[in-house]
Design a protein around this ligand. Structure first.
Ligand code: MN
Length: 266
């Protein structure tokens, strides 16, 4: 930051416009590299915490092209590297497949990016803590401030409602669209007998939400097991706490990043 300020001061003193003003409108390749690094790191974080196992995926909308998104080839999240990241269009087609195996459920991502222009990242997990709430009549609601985004609601999508008895997978765009419509304007949607999806304005936020959806589900199960009425965060408390969470998110992201960088892949 200091170096950047010095460069700005230098250019101003020399009577030159800041370099930023002369830059082309398109997002430089380095922005993609940063997003890809976040996809790799986020995948490892979620694997390290047991939110994903051999399944699950993290994607990001291409910051340089809103009609494309970035996602790994079919691979366990803990094993994802930058070289595994591929690009897809919003119909779920790989732009340059080169014979690589694709995630069957990439339509979760493509249809949400199509439906929600504000979403820059999508995470799909089979989060063990959340599964009970996908099959129970008890709604997942925020029991602590880190899961504040749940106060806006976390609808449950049941594939059987629109598609009858299936193999439970979001294996085409029609099923993906149904899921995206149930997500609506929320940050999380639960999938009956399957898992959940979280979204956000960045990979870091979507990963944060995937992690805390799982933690909140486990804590809520404990609170319910104690018996009696559970005192959840209100909608207003959730909105206020979420604003703070988003502002301080990089602190925990940097901690998680160091942890997974030094931990062996699981
Ligand atoms: Mn799945």
């Amino acid at each position: 930051m200091i170096r950047f300020a010095l460069i700005i001061a230098f250019t101003v003193l020399c009577g030159l416009p800041p370099a930023r003003a002369q830059a082309p409108v398109q997002v430089p390749v380095s922005a993609n590299a940063a997003v890809i690094d976040d996809i790799v790191t986020g995948s490892r974080i979620l694997a390290d915490f047991g939110v994903v196992d051999g399944f699950g995926h993290v994607s990001a909308r291409n910051p340089a092209n809103p009609d494309r998104f970035l996602m790994a080839r079919s691979l366990a999240p803990a094993l994802v590297t930058a070289d595994d990241i591929m690009q897809f269009d919003l119909d779920g087609n790989a732009v340059d497949p080169r014979g690589r195996a694709l995630f069957l459920e990439r339509f979760i991502h493509s249809e949400i990016y199509k439906t929600r222009p504000d979403v820059m990242s999508v995470v799909h997990t089979h989060s063990p803590g959340v599964i009970p709430f996908t099959v129970s009549q008890v709604a997942l609601r925020p029991v602590f401030h880190n899961a504040a985004f749940l106060a806006a609601g976390a609808p449950v999508w049941d594939i059987r409602k629109d598609f009858g008895e299936t193999d439970m997978l979001v294996r085409n765009a029609t099923i993906g669209k149904s899921l995206a419509l149930t997500l609506g304007d929320k940050s999380a949607v639960l999938m009956r007998g399957h898992g959940d999806v979280t979204v956000g304005p960045s990979v870091r936020v979507a990963v944060f939400r995937a992690y805390y959806t799982d933690i909140n589900a486990r804590l809520q199960s404990q609170a319910l097991a104690l018996g009696g009425e559970v005192n959840y965060l209100t909608t207003a408390e959730g909105a206020k706490a979420d604003t703070v969470n988003l502002a301080v998110l990089d602190r925990i992201w940097n901690l998680w990043k160091v942890r997974v960088a030094t931990a062996p892949a699981k």
